[in-house]
Design a protein around this ligand. Structure first.
Ligand code: NDP
Ligand code: 8X3
Length: 258
């Protein structure tokens, strides 16, 4: 029997990077995948790959996690067969810019806080009551080394991930006495579209982030997520902090000169 046979896993931000890799890891274990993002044009090809990889079924929909009403309605209107969500992966997130706080752009701050903090809360609020009512569930949220240690220019993104840590810990406390589990996955640098998004499509600047070192890949993080959700039901993995061998923390890297 595969580890997640027939389990419904809802992954936000499944159109790229860690979310997409998590969908692949879960597909290989026979999960039923509920995938959401804004760029739904990516989902047709992904769905067919995931089914080939072993997903029992795939249901995709458009979702902007920043829109509280849209989140509540999307979860409420899920087809009956998809309502009993077993695993929520709160993955949708982004950074914008690398500016000093006193020079930062208000639009960038709003986007990061609305997505990484408020969006995570909206999705959690919509999904978790069902888990509590059914007496089973697991919420995995994407934290970061950035939430542990702030780096120059990253104050607001780092603040949003520090907030994720607090919300993750608070949620675990609030769910104590239920069988619902709560995990934060906290990677260091992962090579995804993250830096391209941060620098608004500047590919050269994005590539420099990973220059001279071996970063984590999305599949490495998906592997940690899969591990956390497949522990025995009485085991709650509170946090997993993982970095590549070339990173010690938010500020310390082993970068080879070109
Ligand atoms: P990507 O840019 O590759 O993926 C981000 C995903 O989030 C996309 O699928 C995007 O989909 C989705 N997303 C962004 N905004 C929204 C929104 N408003 N509503 C719905 N979906 C949204 O980056 P990663 O895979 O690297 O990032 C995934 C998570 O991992 C983030 O929370 C990030 O902070 C975290 N993380 C990343 C690290 C890294 O170094 N890459 C390290 C530590 C944590 P779409 O645009 O189609 O909506
Ligand atoms: C993403 C990792 O260090 O680029 O959370 O902020 S970092």
């Amino acid at each position: 029997m595969q580890k997640l046979t027939g389990k419904i896993a809802f992954v936000t931000g499944a159109s790229s990077g860690i979310g997409e890799a998590t969908a692949h890891a879960f597909a290989a274990e026979g999960a039923r995948l509920l995938l959401a993002a804004r760029r739904t044009d990516r989902f047709a090809e992904l769905t067919s790959k995931l089914k080939k990889a072993g997903a029992q079924d795939v249901h995709t929909f458009s979702l902007d996690v920043r829109d509280a009403a849209q989140v509540a309605s999307a979860v409420d209107k899920l087809p009956e067969a998809w309502k009993a969500i077993d695993i929520l992966v709160n993955n949708a997130g982004l950074s914008r810019g690398l500016d000093k706080v006193y020079e930062g752009k208000l639009q960038d701050w709003d986007e990061m806080i609305d997505t990484n903090v408020k969006g995570l809360l909206y999705v959690t609020r919509a999904v978790v009551p069902g888990m509590v009512a059914r007496g089973s569930g697991h919420i995995v949220s994407m934290g970061s080394t950035a939430g542990e240690m702030t780096y120059p220019g990253g104050a607001v993104y780092c603040g949003s991930k520090a907030a994720e840590h607090a919300i993750n810990d608070g949620l675990r406390q609030d769910l104590l006495g239920t069988p619902v589990r709560v995990t934060s996955i906290d990677p260091g640098m992962v090579e995804t579209e993250f830096s391209k998004v941060r620098f608004r499509g500047d590919k050269e600047r994005a590539a420099k982030v990973y220059q001279g070192l071996t970063p984590l890949q999305a599949a490495d993080v998906a592997d940690a997520i899969l591990w956390a959700v497949t522990r025995p039901p009485h085991v709650n993995i509170a946090r997993v902090l993982l970095t590549s061998i070339d990173q010690a923390n938010s500020l310390l890297f082993n970068r080879k000169q070109a």
